[in-house]
Design a protein around this ligand. Structure first.
Ligand SMILES: C[S@@+](CC[C@H](N)C(=O)[O-])C[C@H]1O[C@@H](n2cnc3c(N)ncnc32)[C@H](O)[C@@H]1O
Length: 398
């Protein structure tokens, strides 16, 4: 009798070189920058949406994405899609999958999810059902139960379940890619690294002219600018990803990708990048983070009021991420600060493109300059704008 090999059996043996649907997730509104990064790596985006992009690629390709992308959060490789009305159906479908080909029976895995099904009151219950199905299946086939829990540093399974439509993914990233691994000290109200790189991409900066970042806090914008200008990618700072814990993983592909990342790093003279802050503690933290990222020699740091920030004559980009009252600072004081930022840019930064990233539209009005562009972002759940000002000699007031 002919052996029937199901589709699933075929690709579980070869996930690393079998193209499948892949979803790359990102924070809301980072999608245009993520899409550009994916295309720059030579991949085709089949579909993009506000929190990510869909591709058709293998798990080996996912390794490249994990190591290169600055704006991504997770790279999810689809294993199976099916209908499930409730938790029992979910269990049955997940149990039918060949987990023994993907997860080591003596290994460890975790399950996370995005669930919207009326029979489920908490996603934790759906996670538990998926976990039980995987453990029971592997126990049946191998006689041993793998360990499971909430840690994301080994194999990670992701459930996406909306109404009756369920899809199971291997989360090839594990810990989020949105953190870039160099920020050992956060400082006050730091910007997420993926957001900071999106902000740098959204400016008109060419990576060659000066990048000035007064109010640098923990240095995220200046550090991301230095990383982008010198083509240093997040994979240089991270040695553990969830894809390494999937059966069939061969480390040569990872090390080859890392070699390529190292070869890409630009040795040419870097552009002037200047980061200042009024807080001595913030500058100390920013310097340490820059050191961890290997770009401390590319950034000139100073402790000063933003008005004392040195501005090179050759115009480039000046970018502020001031406090905006949501988490830090007091409003009336901030109103004065916002007006001073507008005056400083107008008087001292002629020829530059100026940017202020803020989540407070009332304070933004105090800047007193007319924005040439307003780029939408989210900082966490807060609706924010990157306001662009063309600081030519005749910059108009509001
Ligand atoms: C929202 S935080 C910047 C966060 C930064 N983007 C990061 O990723 O860590 C604002 C920073 O502005 C600094 N600051 C406030 N008033 C200032 C002033 N007048 N001159 C310079 N820096 C100032 C604060 O010390 C704080 O570090």
């Amino acid at each position: 009798m002919a052996t029937i090999i199901t589709n699933f059996a075929l690709y579980t043996m070869q996930v690393f070189n079998t193209p499948k649907k892949v979803i790359v997730t990102c924070n809301k509104r980072l999608s245009p920058y993520l899409q550009q990064e994916i295309q720059d790596l030579g991949f085709t985006v089949k579909r993009s949406f506000s929190t990510g992009a869909e591709l058709f690629i293998s798990l080996d390709d996912c390794i490249k994405l994990n190591l290169n992308l600055r704006c991504a959060s997770q790279v999810l490789y689809s294993v199976a899609a099916f209908k499930a009305a409730d938790a029992n159906e979910l269990y049955k479908e997940v149990y039918a999958l060949e987990w023994e080909s993907l997860i080591e029976s003596t290994g460890y895995f975790s399950v996370n999810s995005n669930v919207n099904n009326e029979t489920i009151s908490t996603p934790l219950f759906a996670n538990l059902k998926v976990k039980d199905a995987i453990v029971d299946r592997i126990k049946l086939k191998k006689g041993i139960r793998p360990n499971s829990g909430s840690e994301l540093d080994k194999t990670v399974v992701h459930l996406y379940w909306q109404e009756q439509d369920a899809e199971i993914y291997l989360d090839t990233s594990g810990e989020t890619l949105a953190k870039h691994g160099y920020r050992k000290l956060p400082g006050k109200a730091p910007m997420l690294e993926a957001l900071a790189s999106g902000v740098v991409y959204a400016t008109a900066w060419d990576g060659k002219t000066p990048f000035i970042n007064p109010m640098c806090g923990s240095g995220t914008l200046a550090i991301e600018a230095a990383l982008i200008a010198t083509q240093r990618h997040p994979g240089l700072y991270r040695m553990n990803y969830a894809f390494m814990h999937i059966l069939g993983y061969q480390e040569e592909i990872f090390f080859e990708n890392r070699r390529q990342l190292k070869a890409k790093v630009k040795k040419d003279p870097a552009p002037p990048i200047i980061a200042t802050d009024i807080s001595e503690e913030a500058v100390r933290i920013a310097e340490m983070n820059a050191k961890t990222a290997g770009v401390d020699r590319l950034i000139t740091f100073a402790i000063c009021d933003f008005e004392e920030t040195p501005v090179p004559e050759t115009p480039g980009v000046i970018a502020f991420n001031p406090e905006y009252g949501e988490r830090l600072g007091v409003h009336s004081k901030l109103e004065v600060t916002y007006k001073r930022m507008g005056d400083f840019m107008k008087q001292r930064c002629k020829g530059y493109n100026g940017y202020i990233f803020t989540g407070n539209p009332d304070l933004a009005k105090k800047i007193g300059l007319r924005a040439s562009r307003k780029v939408e972002f989210y900082n966490g759940k807060l609706d924010c704008r990157l306001l662009e000002y063309e600081l030519y000699d005749g910059t108009r007031r509001n």
